[in-house]
Each structure stands twice: as structure tokens, then as C-alpha cells.
Design a protein around this ligand. Sequence first.
Ligand SMILES: Cc1cc2nc3c(=O)[nH]c(=O)nc-3n(C[C@H](O)[C@H](O)[C@H](O)COP(=O)(O)OP(=O)(O)OC[C@H]3O[C@@H](n4cnc5c(N)ncnc54)[C@H](O)[C@@H]3O)c2cc1C
Length: 404
Amino acid sequence: MSAPDVVVVGAGHAAIQLAASLRQGRYEGSITVINDEAGLPYQRPPLSKAYLGGHMDDAALALRPTSFYAAQNVGLIEHDAAVSIDRARHSITLASGAIIPYGHLVLATGAANRTLPVPGAALSGVVGLRSLAETKALKALLPGLKRVVVIGAGFIGLEFAAVAAERGIAVTVIEAAPRPLMRGVSAVMSDHLARAHRGWGTTLLTSTGVKAIHGTGRAEAVETADGQIIATDLVLVAIGVISNTGLAAAAGLKTSNGIEVDALLRTEDPAISAVGDCAAFPLAGSGLIRLESVQNASDQARALADRLLGKPAPYAKLPWFWSDQAALKLQIAGLSGGHDHTVLRGDPAAGAFSVFCFKGETLLAVESLNRASDHMAARRFLAGTPGITRAQAADPSFDLRSVA
Ligand SMILES: Cc1cc2nc3c(=O)[nH]c(=O)nc-3n(C[C@H](O)[C@H](O)[C@H](O)COP(=O)(O)OP(=O)(O)OC[C@H]3O[C@@H](n4cnc5c(N)ncnc54)[C@H](O)[C@@H]3O)c2cc1C
């Protein structure tokens, strides 16, 4: 039986890893990637870090060089969006009107910025940071900015705040939750990062909502729910993302927080899979979950490639993540949600430590700040057995590599 022609909607980390892994596994069918953005598929993490800060050029952003697509026989359709799926005929229709038949369809549509539901959110000067086009526009504005307001103290908001503060821009971050990165990290790590940002001159307002953005034509001030008016030259809205599920939902596929898939990353249509930021998948201990990380997008793409190459296995990779904020390199292995106890290793005052997050005696996650060796060890011992106890984690003489 010949290999089915694979069509991938989306051209981010998941899509390009899938194409590369399929060819690495000697997949013989055709592979076509549909990209609604113009240009070569690119990495997103540097957008809010090195690229925005001027430490990385455009060429270095590419996920793969131009030569990869020709050499690996991967078709890339640029600047054209998939607008509908005909599941009966096994084809998709693009915005240009082109109809592309598929043997197996992969939805790797990623996510889109959540918009802020307040008056003034559509003013010019209210921007997001997800695509290269948005980042280029923002980067061009940076030299002329004296003050910025960032709405949302998640990873992207804080990374942007660090870049802006480094350039001498007065930054105010407004966060509705009581602490930054509330969903992503432990209170210990979150408090440390809050202190660091304040130390760089950033005003960090927590437990504060936004009521409106004011300005004549363009954003000039942000009004908080408790009545503060903060004058600004630009507003970055970084309040999270929502999965791009529209195409799947319109085709009758099950969607909730994401496009729902099983442990083999299949939708309920055996000819359609979903991977990466757009997919809600079952993860042991977490139910149906959607993760937004390069690790998740890449590992799911590899797992799907294995299945399409005839080696199916339930997806069960350990989640891990990183974030760079100025000189602070945060790395997280595992998911800390639901932890009830933390153990500290290293010295926060010296700016290098790890937080071990336990639920009872079970280690859920390790957050490392400027302690890459802890992170690498944690990735190994969280992915397998044996585990590590609270007493071992708390013992500075205990060698993590001995369990890893
Ligand atoms: C600024 C920023 C910083 C980040 N930093 C980190 C980090 O430090 N570490 C980390 O692990 N993760 C980070 N992430 C998250 C990480 O980039 C994402 O998890 C990853 O990009 C997900 O890959 P993906 O392929 O699933 O989706 P995406 O990379 O979002 O790609 C999806 C693509 O599909 C396209 N698309 C959508 N619908 C259609 C359609 N109908 N037709 C055609 N194309 C379509 C989209 O335009 C997009 O190009 C960051 C994200 C951002 C935005």
C-alpha cells in the first residue's frame, strides 16, 4: 500500500518538525505544508527575546533553510490559508480557491492572541506579540518609545518587559492575578521574578484589572479597574492565547479548549490528526490538556510521524519549557499545577536556584533559574524512575545526577 499524501495546515514548530521527521523516517508519500503567513516558517521563542532585543537577525529565525524544502521534497504553500475541510472528499480548500486533496490531514494551526474586551482595545498603538510581522512592527517602534504598558504578566509579557526595560523604556506591567506567572510557576519563583523586574525599574501592578484604554486615535493611557490612569506610548496585550480550532470545528470535529485528540493524536476522523498548540490531548494526571511549548509541538510531531511511519505509540512525553528574562534563564521540567510543597536548592540571593514542586511525596516539576544542570537532571528523573524524595531534594550534598 502506498503512503498517503500528508497535508499539514499551519507551518510552525509542529508542522516543520513533522515534515522533517517523516522524511527522516523515509516517508515516501508527498508532504504539503500550508502556511497562511508569508515567508519561511520561523521560530517563535526568539521573537520576544533575542530577536526583539536586536541580538538575532532574520535569517537565524528560520526553522529550516530554504534548501531543506527542496532537498526533502516538502511542498510549501505560502500566504494562503486553509478555509475549509471536505472530510467526505478528503480535500481542503484554500483562501485562494485552490483545492488540495489529502490522504492524511494534520492540523497544526497553533493559537492566536486573546483579545482584551475593554473600550479602546482597537486603538492604534495597542499591539500583540505572536507573529513575526507583529514583532517587526513592534521592534521598529521601540527606539521611539519612552513608556509602555504591558497587560498580562505571563511569559511573553515579562519577556517583553525585560527587553523594554533594558532599553531604558519606563515599563508598567498590569496583572489581574495576585502574582506574575500565576498559572505557570510556583509562588517562590514568581516572587523572585517579580522582585527582579522591579529591580530593573519596572512597575508591576498585581491584582489589578484594566477598565479601558484611552486615546484620540492612538493609545495614550490605560485606566485600571481601581481608577489609576497610566500614561503610555504603547500597550502590549499579552493575556494568553486561544487555540485555532475554527477550521476543525466547522468540519464537525470535536473541539473544546483545543482540537480534541486521543493519545495517538487522532481526532475522531481517522484521516485527521492535530498536534502542537492547537491540540487538546490526554496527559496522565492532567486529563485533556493543551500545552503551548516548542517541546510539546516538536515531540507531538515526532510521535505523529512515528505513527504515520507504522510505529504508533501513545504520546506521553515529559513537558518542559524555558523563558529568558534579561540575564535570568528559567527552565521548567514537568507541570507544577496542584503542588502542595516546595523544596529549594541553591541560593535565590545569588540568582541561581531550583524549586522542586511536590504533591505529597511525588515530585511534579522542577523550576530552575540559572541552574541548567538541575534542569537537565530533572528532565531525566521526571521522565522515568526512580523518583526523588523531598529529603533528597532538600539535601544540598545529594547528587541529582545519581538519580538521573
Ligand atoms: C513570542 C513567543 C515566545 C515564546 N517563547 C517560548 C519559549 O521560550 N519556550 C517555549 O517552549 N515556547 C515558547 N513559545 C511558544 C511556542 O512558540 C509555541 O508553543 C509553538 O510555536 C507552537 O508551535 P505550533 O506549530 O503548534 O504553532 P505555531 O507556531 O503557532 O504555528 C501555527 C501556524 O499555523 C498557521 N495557521 C493557523 N491557521 C491556519 C490556516 N487555516 N491555514 C494555514 N495556516 C494556518 C499560523 O499562522 C501559524 O503560522 C513562545 C511563543 C511566542 C508567540
